[in-house]
Design a protein around this ligand. Structure first.
Ligand code: BGC
Length: 970
């Protein structure tokens, strides 16, 4: 959330972190809220009298200045045309897609739409507008608050971040971040985390949770917010997002799939915030959009998600929140989305155009700047309906979608929500920790006070059990062991009768690195966790939460080691001075390093959201090198006498090359972002109470360049509107490594265990596609949405209610008399006059239901052949035939392999299990741009299953198996 988007506090101002974070919240809001606006405000809007008094000298200086600015703009404009011509996006601009499809077309939502229609029919025009528009930044208790329709019992909706817990809420759970959850590859845990998250939200009175995030998807390994999503693959993201959504929504809370779409980097994501007047444009071709970036959103819609958040950036040079192709075309028509589209916070850049393009709710309701009270909707939307520029049908559909989602999640059942007798709604404030506080803190001069924090406990309840334990289990399941030489791991808690360095039978263990210890200034010292101090439990930004507590690794290790037989030495910093000697005195060295990133409205130590490189931060590489070279002193051959284990907390792919092959480095665990139970989860794996079963949700390269020439962050604008061409198409992460035959350090899906597994033969049973069409039969059974009165109401119904005293800058739906305007011609966007035909690929939630029919069932067995219990992750990859041509007759290139399903299997020693994995029609299809549909290719499709990552067939003694099958009988 970027009310703080222009707050940049680097390491120096990290001093401020000792302030309580809620104080910072208020301050940073007021400090920063207008920066973007000021930058764009007309220079000459000041005091006219003073201007008249200017001398001719001043006037000449002004003229010269203006001349200079105009010349500069012309120059930049010229340059941008050149740059633009050189990098014309593959499909030019975005195709117009009108009108906005109406919700209520699928069976599963039928009842909710009927009920919604009944309610919305009774609403006046301003009441309808109120439901679509936020009341303005920090005008209510949540990060987003819509206007209520009290007369009809429809409440103000509370929208709150975010993907890893409840932001700005005291004493709620700090779950592991999504990248950590992706690394578990455990579908059940993904659901459980969602359910626990949803329950906490409901108990706090949150109607709409702003997560899960699946965009950024991870195209750029240094992307600042990749950690808010589940990994660099559309299927992993899609399954994890769907499970999370089902979990959250099982508690009656509306989940939000965000950020739609292609918001892959922080630099230039917003207009003005990065010095360019427009946000970056992600230029993507149609096939790549379908097969990579829109895929997880399709899975989210299929899971029944109630809301989708459109992103800040542009896509093919049209802002994502007013891109009719993406909102009306792909999301609502083709994917059959039945819920509502909300804007990211200030991502809406136009009033009428965004409404026509399919936006249903504006957040937080302000206009182009924070707390400006000049909403692009609110009274403007009322006016737009009255003067005919936004059809009444469109407004009806917006409101129906929001109200239907509310019914769909059962939110009308007040017995499940905070007690309406006590005000209902949110029982916490995002803006203060005090019990009593301002009810509209964003409104200057507002004096209305009330009880704003009721401190309702949510972490451990009768209804939901203990979430701390859930977090611990999840965080240990996510730990990826990438190196374990000579079986150094697991380590014992106590040592008896062993020769040790001190010769006294006491094992000397050194814990090295700041990342093992808590932030000395406090766990929540940096607002929105916007600094890298102490052990890293989550990234920073709106996706971060206040930690209720944090078990640091050092704390857990001290507790776990038997003090009778083990002596632990702490090296609490990353300082190298003297570390060699301390390392030399140990029998075992455990080094902690990390790499942090976050949302671009905060920067730390020169990192403006996106990471500056993929190396560990704060001198982590040097620390590992020094410790690993010296641990236990040196043997005669110069090698270190003792062993080093490296623990990495990280937001994403991290290059390990500076030390990974050092002989002293025997074990490496990648623990990602574990949340509040960090130390406990790590101890479970280190000491072997839990056998590691995490697998990488991305590829670890040997060099940053190995991710490909288009994988870097664009740090300088290449045009007035920065143009980022996704020319690599489908080839991101492992798809790129496979295509160009680049050996990674560790492939996507890689992870080791303390036990060994063996995989049986694959068996495949063909599903329903045999003898069927390559293109699915179009779906026919769309329901007719409820009809509401399309007539424009009497303008008098939209006037200010007499006697209502407005709050300063609060967004209301009413108009002053005289502000109604007249019906006239509105310059509609190009293509608005021509109605677009529905997509042949649509028809149900997630697209044509036929896309999800069973293509094949793959069966195999997995056995635990080692001495301890272990969890294997079976990963199923599909390779489409290399000799496919598309409907234009052009040869088509497919990725060497693509993840299509996975299953985690728990096995005792010696146990063997049969595992079945389904593959659907869409998973063996490609998107054909010519026919605008998913096509199953003729020819042999390769199906491979392995348990050690995407290269388990042939990569370092891989043990996976493959089969070739034809989807159709010839
Ligand atoms: C972020 C969203 C977040 C919103 C509300 C935006 O800056 O991009 O992810 O949900 O703020 O906090």
């Amino acid at each position: 959330m970027s009310a703080r988007s222009s707050v940049s506090h680097d390491s120096d101002s990290g001093q401020e972190d000792s302030n309580t974070s809620k104080d910072m919240r208020r301050r940073s809001t007021s400090e920063s809220e207008h920066k973007g606006l000021l930058a764009s405000a007309p220079r000459w809007s000041g005091n006219g009298i003073q201007q008249r008094k200017k001398t001719w000298r001043q006037r000449r200086a002004v003229r010269l200045c203006l001349l200079f600015v105009v010349a500069l703009l012309l120059l930049l404009g010229g340059a941008s045309i050149v740059v633009k011509q050189k990098s014309e996006p593959p499909y030019g601009e975005s195709e117009p897609w009108y009108p906005a499809p109406t919700g209520g077309t699928v069976q599963r939502w039928e009842k909710s739409y009927e009920r919604a229609a009944e309610l919305v029919r009774q609403m006046t025009l301003p009441e309808k507008v109120n439901v679509t528009t936020g009341t303005g930044w920090s005008m209510g208790m949540c990060v987003g608050n819509t206007g209520p329709v009290e007369r009809l019992g429809f409440p103000s909706l509370c929208l709150q971040d975010g993907p890893l817990g409840l932001r700005f809420v005291g004493n709620a759970t700090a779950f592991p971040a999504a990248i950590t959850v992706g690394a578990t590859w455990n579908k059940r845990l993904m659901f459980d985390r969602g359910r626990a998250h949803g329950l906490e939200a409901r108990l706090k009175g949150i109607n709409v949770l702003l997560g899960p995030s699946m965009g950024p998807l991870g195209r750029l390994p240094a992307g600042g917010r990749n950690w808010e999503g589940f990994g660099a693959d559309p299927v992993l993201q899609g399954i994890a997002a769907a499970q999370t959504i089902k979990g959250i929504q099982s508690e009656g809370v509306i989940a939000t799939a965000k950020h739609y779409v292609a918001n892959e980097q922080e630099h230039f994501r917003q207009a003005w915030a990065w010095g360019t007047s427009n946000a970056i444009s992600s230029n993507i071709d149609d096939r790549t959009m379908h097969e990579i970036y829109a895929w997880p959103f399709a899975e989210s819609v299929r899971a029944g998600v109630g809301s989708v958040m459109c992103s800040y950036n542009q896509v093919n040079n049209s802002y994502a929140c007013q891109n009719s192709k993406l909102l009306n075309g792909v999301l609502k028509d083709e994917l059959g989305f039945q819920g509502f589209i909300q804007s990211d916070w200030l991502a809406q850049r136009s009033g009428v155009a965004s409404a026509l393009a399919g936006l249903d709710m504006t957040m937080p309701g302000d206009g182009l700047g924070w707390q400006d009270g000049k909403s692009l909707w609110g009274p403007e939307l009322t006016k737009a309906v009255l003067n005919g520029s936004v059809p009444m049908d469109r407004l009806n559909d917006m409101v129906l979608r929001i109200v239907a989602s509310w019914y769909q999640l059962g939110q009308d059942d007040t017995s499940r929500w905070p007690d309406p007798a006590h005000g209902g709604g949110p029982n916490f404030s995002s803006w203060t920790d005090d019990r009593v506080g301002s009810l509209h803190p964003g409104s200057p001069g507002s004096t209305e006070m009330g009880v704003v924090n009721q401190y309702v406990p949510v972490r451990d309840t009768e209804e939901g059990g203990n979430h701390d334990a859930l977090v611990r289990g999840m965080a240990s399941e996510a730990i990826v062991m990438v190196k374990n030489e000579l079986g150094i791991l697991p380590i014992p808690r106590s040592i008896k009768g062993v020769m040790t360095k001190g010769g006294d039978g006491k094992l000397r263990v050194g814990i090295f690195g700041e990342d093992a210890y808590p932030n000395p200034k406090g766990n929540n010292a940096c607002p929105d966790r916007g600094c890298n101090e102490g052990t890293l439990a989550m990234g920073w930004g709106s996706g971060a939460v206040e930690l209720p507590y944090l078990v640091s690794p050092a704390e857990a290790l001290h507790r776990e080691f038997d003090t009778e037989t083990v002596e632990v030495t702490d090296w609490k910093t990353n300082t190298l001075n003297g570390v060699d000697g301390t390392a030399a005195a140990q029998d075992l060295c455990i080094v902690f390093i990390n790499s942090d990133a976050g949302e671009g409205y905060l920067s730390w130590n020169g990192i403006k959201g996106d990471r500056n490189d993929l190396f560990p931060q704060k001198g982590g590489d040097d620390l590992v090198r020094s410790v690993a070279a010296n641990c236990g002193g040196r043997k005669e051959n110069g090698e270190p006498a003792s062993d080093t284990i490296v623990i990495l907390h990280t937001v994403g792919p991290t290059i390990l090359e500076k030390w990974i092959d050092m002989p002293g480095v025997k074990g490496v665990l990648i623990a990602h972002l574990p949340g509040q139970e960090s130390g406990n989860a790590l101890a479970d794996v280190l000491f072997g109470s839990y056998n590691p079963s995490g697998h990488l949700p991305y590829t670890i390269a040997k060099r940053e360049e190995d991710y490909g020439p288009t994988s870097g962050i664009m740090r300088y604008p290449n045009s007035l509107v920065p143009q980022q061409d996704f020319t690599e198409g489908l080839y991101i992460d492992y798809r790129y490594f496979d295509k160009y035959n680049i050996t990674p350090r560790y492939p996507f899906g890689f992870g080791l265990s303390y036990t060994t597994f063996s995989l049986g033969d694959l068996d495949i049973h063909m599903g329903n596609l045999q003898g069927a069409q390559a293109i699915p039969v179009p779906a026919r059974d769309r329901l007719t949405p409820p009809k509401l009165d399309p007539r424009v109401p009497d303008p008098n119904t939209a006037l200010w209610p007499p006697g209502l005293r407005p709050l300063n800058r609060y967004v209301y739906p009413w108009l002053e008399s005289g502000g109604v305007g007249r019906e006239g011609r509105y310059p509609y966007p190009a293509g608005y006059e021509h109605w677009h035909a529905p997509s042949p690929a649509g028809g149900g939630e997630g697209g044509n239901p036929a896309l999800y029919e069973l293509a094949a069932t793959v069966t195999t067995t997995i056995a635990n052949t080692g001495p301890v219990h272990g969890d294997a992750v079976l990963q199923l990859y599909v390779s489409l035939p290399s000799d496919t041509t598309d409907s234009f007759g052009k040869p088509l290139d497919h990725p060497v392999r693509q993840l299509r399903n996975f299953e985690k299997v728990s096995l005792g020693p010696g146990e063997r299990r049969e595992v079945e994995m389904m593959v659907g029609r869409k998973e063996v299809s490609y998107w054909d741009v010519g026919v605008q549909d998913w096509v199953v290719p003729r020819g042999v499709v390769g199906v491979c299953v392995g348990f050690r990552g995407s290269r388990d067939q042939g990569f370092e003694g891989g043990q996976g198996g493959c089969l070739g099958v034809e989807m159709f009988e010839r």
